[in-house]
Design a protein around this ligand. Structure first.
Ligand code: AMP
Length: 190
């Protein structure tokens, strides 16, 4: 089972992915986490991406596709992946389909967490105060939101046309969103 958690930054994708990992033994593939690890380790990749990320812009398709490719087989062997923050462009989605096809796999479901911009801004202001993530500052966050609307939202029809997309309300309490996701995953693919 391969699941994409889709939604704007701070929609709750990471929280839900971590829960599904704990409860279902799936593997979370978060390009944002991988890039933050690269920055923390001081690698060449981290140095290359740090300024782009702190501005809130997207790093190149080639970089994130390579990060996913390096971990995909292991995730598939473990029973499937939860993609969190990837794909973010149509080129990434097409590359993902091709990489999965090589392994005889496919995306099984895409769940979009819908959260309005006012709620996102409130969440991210709280997260910035608590965790101090540099790209959660208000200027970078507005760039991230713009990148989502420009590059990532156009992916929705890509998955809707394949009949894979389910949209859910991501505004409620974490437990409510969790049970909605569980219900979607329990239902047969239409
Ligand atoms: P995230 O934690 O998913 O919000 O990602 C944090 C930042 O990492 C983003 O604002 C981008 O700069 C970069 N990033 C993460 N995933 C991707 C991706 N799939 N494509 C391009 N840039 C990404």
């Amino acid at each position: 089972m391969n699941l994409i958690l889709f939604g704007p930054p701070a929609a709750g994708k990471g929280t839900q992915a971590k829960r599904l990992v704990e409860q279902r033994g799936m593997v979370q593939l978060s390009t944002g986490d991988m890039l933050r690890e690269a920055i923390a380790s001081g690698s060449d990749l981290g140095r290359e991406c740090q300024a782009i990320m702190s501005r809130g812009d997207l790093v190149s398709d080639a970089i994130v596709i390579a990060l996913i490719e390096a971990r995909l087989k292991e995730a598939e062997d473990a029973g499937g992946a939860i993609f969190d923050g990837f794909p973010r462009t149509v080129a990434q989605a097409e590359a993902l389909d091709a990489m999965l096809a090589k392994l005889g796999k496919q995306i099984d479901r895409v769940i979009r967490l819908k959260v309005d911009d006012t709620a996102l801004l409130a969440r991210v202001a709280k997260r910035f105060a608590e965790q101090g993530r540099p790209d959660d500052n208000p200027e970078a966050f507005s760039v991230r939101l713009e990148a989502y609307n420009r590059n990532t939202a156009p992916l929705l029809p890509y998955y809707a046309d394949k009949g894979l997309l389910t949209e859910i309300d991501g505004m409620g309490a974490i437990e409510v969103v969790s049970s909605t996701i569980d219900a979607v995953l329990a239902a047969p693919v239409s």
